[in-house]
Design a protein around this ligand. Structure first.
Ligand code: ZN
Ligand code: ZN
Ligand code: ZN
Ligand code: ZN
Ligand code: ZN
Ligand code: ZN
Ligand code: ZN
Ligand code: ZN
Length: 327
């Protein structure tokens, strides 16, 4: 269960039919959102009482924040195998009703999974949400990736989530809510929380953004690991995506880069061609990008065949300043 992948291939393969996914957030083991590893939890339910399902589980999401959890209530029998179910470490630990026993084992994860099948997430509106706002009487629930994406406050030490509406209560947590740079609570809505060490930082104090994709699975500068090999690395070898703030080693990319680029860099997940709509992950890694990763190689080639005067496409062989059609 804890085996570490040592290869440095880019994590871009499409999920296959039997890829194991978390039955709460529906993401795979090596997800971008900082849920940690998938763990197997036993179930106290009789498997025989679960009706066999006609419909299989939906394909695990592709780490896109729009495909966390489930659009329809999943049939219980698809969520549990003979002895239990698979849930990420953090998705389980944060779930309402789950208790940590003295031996570090968790209790009631199966019950949380069952209640999650009926519980929509406040952020993405999909089912599988089990993390409730700590404020008394607040009925907002989140998936683990969505709790960070929504801008909620999270204390990893106390396992407390406060939804954006009740974020003011974080001040009562004292030091636990302080920014690692300015040592104060400051603007609570600007705080990002590191999914590795739990330390909070103001986006402004680190001069980064605080968009949902930056917040989900965010790692502070000290904890940042490469999303491909899961290892830390020297700053001079770690590329940080301008859009999602995730790290990638220059040598783990395909093709590998020799050094850090001077211009802002975007990871393949964050590249989308503005002309043809192709997402970076579906194009080969060797494809070149233009205009700050907003135009794919194919569209750039097509674009450079458009006459600057009449806007019509000329054959690539024609001199582009004056195509045959407008001359
Ligand atoms: Zn999960
Ligand atoms: Zn959600
Ligand atoms: Zn709340
Ligand atoms: Zn600060
Ligand atoms: Zn950290
Ligand atoms: Zn790496
Ligand atoms: Zn990115
Ligand atoms: Zn394109």
């Amino acid at each position: 269960m804890d085996e570490q992948k040592s290869n440095c291939e880019e994590n871009d393969s499409e999920p296959t039919e039997n890829t194991r996914a978390c039955v709460l957030c529906n993401c795979v083991d090596r997800s971008l959102h900082g849920q940690r590893e998938l763990r197997h939890f036993g179930s106290s339910m009789e498997r025989a009482t679960l009706k066999p399902s006609a419909s299989p589980l939906p394909q695990p999401g592709n780490d896109d924040l729009s495909s966390i959890g489930f659009s329809k209530s999943p049939c219980l029998a698809t969520l549990f195998d003979d002895s239990g179910c698979w849930v990420h470490h953090w998705c389980a630990v944060w779930s309402e009703g789950v208790k940590k026993l003295d031996n570090e084992e968790l209790e009631n994860v199966d019950k949380a999974v069952i209640s999650g099948t009926q519980q929509p997430c406040e952020y993405c509106r999909r089912l599988g949400a089990t993390i409730q706002c700590h404020a008394e009487g607040c009925l907002r629930f989140y998936h683990f990736p969505c709790s960070a994406a929504s801008g909620s406050f999270q204390s990893m030490k106390q396992l407390v989530l406060l939804c954006p509406e009740h974020i003011d209560k974080a001040e009562e947590l004292g030091e636990d809510a302080w920014c690692g740079v300015c040592d104060s609570v400051g603007e609570l809505t600007d705080l990002l929380f590191c999914t590795s060490c739990g330390q909070h930082y103001h986006a402004a104090c680190l001069e980064i953004g605080a968009t949902p994709i930056q917040r989900a699975g965010w790692q502070c500068p000290e904890c940042k690991v490469c999303q491909t090999c899961r290892q830390p690395g020297e700053d001079s070898k770690m590329l940080v995506c301008d859009a999602c703030d995730k790290g990638y080693h220059t040598f783990c990319l395909q093709p590998a880069m020799d050094s850090l680029p001077t211009d802002p860099w975007k990871c393949r997940r964050c590249r989308v061609c503005a002309e043809c709509g192709a997402p970076g992950l579906l194009l080969p890694g060797s494809v070149q990008w233009f205009d700050n990763y907003t135009v794919c190689e194919g569209c750039q080639r097509r674009r450079s065949c458009v006459c600057g005067v009449c806007g019509k496409t000329a054959s690539p062989s024609v001199d582009l300043h004056c195509c045959s059609m407008c001359h």
